[in-house]
Design a protein around this ligand. Structure first.
Ligand SMILES: *Cc1c(COP(=O)(O)O)cnc(C)c1O
Length: 399
C-alpha cells in the first residue's frame, strides 16, 4: 500500500514495548537500549491503553443512570476497542479491548496536526424478541470507513475486522445498552493517524478505536419536530472536497453556523451548495428528504453530501411502500414548496421538520401522525429493535 510504504521510509514504526513515562525518560536519557535506532523518544509513539484487571462485562445495570432522560450526552462506559496498524504486520493486526480511558498521542501525530481522521456512528439495540443485541447494517459503516480512508490516505480495517470489533465493544459494555424503547448503545469507531509526522504527509502509524455510550434522542426536542435555519454564508462542503466522507475535519468548521442557529432557537442548520447557493444539501449531521404529493426527493450524493446508511435505508423503505423516490438536485424552491420535510441519520433517526427559515421567512410543513416520516420512522425502528421481521437482512445479531 502506498501510504504504508511512503510512511515506512519516513519514520520507524511500531508501538513501544516499555511505553509510558519511564520508557520515555529512558529514551530521552539515551538509555533506551534500542541502540538509538528510533528517531523519536518512545514516549511519543502511541502506547497501548491499559488492560482492565477487573472484568465488568457480566455486570448488570448501568449504575444510577436515568434511562428516561438519556439525550445524546457522553456517558463513559467500561471498555473501548483498540487496534493498531503497524509496519511489521503490514496492516491492522489483532485488536483488543481495553479499559475506557485516555490514550497517549504524540503532539506531532497526523490527526492532531493535519486532521487525518475519520469517524463512524452506529447503534446497538436490546432485542425485543429475545436475549442479545442487534446492530443495524454495520457492514455499511465499515465500507464507508474504507472509502473515507482512501480519500484521507489511511489504511483501514477490513469489513470483518470492523464488524468483529463493534460486536466485541457491545458485548464488553452490555450493561450500558438501554432497556427496550429507552434508546441504544451508540458506537463511535475512530480511525486516526496516530503516528508522529512534521512535514505534511500521511502519518506513519494508524489507530482504530471504538468507544460506546448509551444514548436517547439526539435533539433536545426529543421525538418532536424541529426548526431549521438555511445557512447562506457558511458551507460544509465543496466540490472536490471531503463532504462525502465522515472525516473529523468536516465538523469543526460548521460549529459556528450551528451555534449561531442554536442561539436563535433553531435545532440545526441546513447547508446550501457552495457553488450556486441554491440547492439544499443536508444538515450538520443528518440527511434531508422532501415530500410533495406522492413524490419523495433527497439530494443526490455526488461528493458534497454524506451518504447516510439511514438515508439509503429510508429510500428503500419508501420505495417499498409505493413512493417514488428521486435522488437529484433539490432546490430551495423545491424545499419551501414541500408538504413535508424530514431528516435522517443514525443519531437523529427520522426527525420531522416543522419549520424552515430562509432569508427571514419561516415556512411550515406537515408533521404528526399522518405523515410519511412518521410511517417510515415506525417501519425503520421496528426493524432495528427487532419488533418487526427483518425481511431485508439488515440486522446483525450480537450474542
Ligand atoms: C453521519 C452523517 C449523516 C448520517 O449518516 P448515517 O449513516 O445515516 O448515520 C448525515 N450527514 C452527515 C454530515 C453525517 O456526518
Amino acid at each position: 500500500m502506498d501510504v504504508l510504504s511512503s510512511a515506512k521510509r519516513a519514520l520507524p514504526w511500531g508501538r513501544t514495548s516499555a511505553g509510558g513515562v519511564i520508557g520515555g525518560l529512558r529514551a530521552l536519557l539515551g538509555t533506551d537500549g534500542g541502540g538509538g535506532r528510533s528517531l523519536l523518544p518512545s514516549r511519543w509513539k502511541s502506547s497501548q491503553p491499559q488492560l482492565d484487571p477487573v472484568d465488568r462485562s457480566d455486570e448488570e445495570g448501568g449504575g444510577d443512570i436515568d434511562w428516561d432522560n438519556l439525550g445524546f450526552g457522553l456517558t463513559p462506559t467500561d471498555y473501548m476497542y483498540v487496534m493498531r496498524c503497524t509496519q511489521e504486520e503490514g496492516g491492522f493486526s489483532r485488536g483488543e479491548l481495553a479499559r475506557y480511558g485516555n490514550i497517549e498521542l504524540s503532539p506531532s501525530s497526523g490527526v492532531l496536526n493535519y486532521g487525518q481522521g475519520l469517524f463512524e456512528g452506529l447503534k446497538a439495540y436490546r432485542r425485543a424478541d429475545g436475549p442479545g443485541y442487534t446492530l443495524f447494517r454495520p457492514e455499511e459503516n465499515a465500507r464507508r470507513m474504507q472509502h473515507g480512508a482512501g480519500r484521507m490516505c489511511m489504511p483501514s480495517p477490513s469489513v470483518e475486522q470492523f464488524v468483529h470489533a463493534v460486536k466485541q465493544t457491545v458485548l464488553a459494555n452490555k450493561r450500558w445498552v438501554p432497556p427496550q424503547g429507552k434508546g441504544a448503545l451508540y458506537l463511535r469507531p475512530l480511525l486516526i493517524g496516530s503516528g508522529a509526522i512534521l512535514g505534511l504527509a500521511p502519518a506513519p502509524e494508524y489507530t482504530f478505536m471504538i468507544y460506546a455510550a448509551p444514548v436517547g434522542t439526539y435533539f433536545k426536542e426529543g421525538m418532536a419536530a424541529i426548526n431549521l435555519l438555511v445557512e447562506e454564508e457558511i458551507h460544509r462542503a465543496m466540490p472536490g472536497g471531503t463532504g462525502g466522507v465522515k472525516t473529523i475535519s468536516n465538523y469543526a468548521p460548521v460549529l459556528k453556523a450551528q451555534m449561531d442557529a442554536r442561539s436563535k432557537g433553531f435545532a440545526d442548520v441546513l447547508y446550501l451548495d457552495s457553488v450556486h447557493k441554491r440547492y439544499v444539501e443536508e444538515a450538520s449531521s443528518c440527511n434531508l428528504f422532501v415530500v410533495k404529493g406522492g413524490a419523495v426527493a433527497t439530494p443526490a450524493t455526488a461528493g458534497t453530501i454524506l451518504p447516510g446508511v439511514t438515508r439509503r435505508s429510508i429510500i428503500e423503505l419508501a420505495r417499498d411502500s409505493g413512493y417514488q423516490v428521486e435522488e437529484r438536485l433539490v432546490s430551495i424552491d423545491d424545499l419551501i414548496s414541500a408538504d413535508e420535510v424530514f431528516c435522517t441519520g443514525t443519531a437523529v433517526g427520522v426527525t420531522p421538520v416543522s419549520t424552515i427559515t430562509y432569508q427571514g421567512t419561516r415556512y411550515e410543513f406537515r408533521t404528526g401522525e399522518d405523515t410519511l416520516s412518521k410511517k417510515l420512522y415506525t417501519t425503520l425502528t421496528s426493524i432495528q429493535m427487532g419488533l418487526a421481521e427483518d425481511k431485508k437482512g439488515w440486522t446483525v445479531a450480537v450474542d
